[in-house]
Write a protein that binds this ligand. Structure first.
Ligand SMILES: [Zn+2]
Length: 132
């Protein structure tokens, strides 16, 4: 099994690889944009980094836990495609399609418009609207 720090491409799909994409964010570097934060959160789902997902979730909407480690059936994340990124100074919207499969089920698409806010120099996920 490969160590996580050699992942190329990055789990979010970026060909520069994990160490130059989502890795530094997972280690605490602030995301420069809401899109970068969104990509790093997708990678965190792939890598089951529940701590990171909760840390980047705005306190006003953050769940107590996600229980990723015990989720059944476990999702397999198949890819991420960012469709749109709109941002002002303190808030942003990112539209994306993530593909995943639960257990041995069929691949499905998760199409979401996520809202983000920036506070004290850091972006946070607020909530998302799932599109059909
Ligand atoms: Zn990445």
């Amino acid at each position: 099994m490969r160590a996580v720090d050699t992942l190329t491409p990055c789990p979010c799909g970026n060909t520069v690889g994990y160490m130059h994409c989502c890795g530094p964010l997972h280690e605490g570097s602030p995301a420069p944009t809401a899109e970068a934060l969104m990509r790093s959160r997708y990678s965190a789902y792939v890598l089951k980094r529940e701590d990171y997902l909760l840390a980047t979730w705005h306190p006003s909407t953050r769940p107590a836990h996600l229980k990723l480690a015990t989720q059944q059936p476990a999702p397999s994340w198949l890819g991420l495609s960012v469709k749109r990124h709109q941002h002002g100074t303190g808030e942003a919207v990112v539209e994306f399609v993530a593909r995943l499969r639960y257990g041995g089920g069929r691949a499905q698409r998760l199409h979401e418009v996520s809202r983000f806010v920036r506070e004290d120099g850091r972006w946070y996920y607020v909530d998302g609207e799932i599109l059909a």
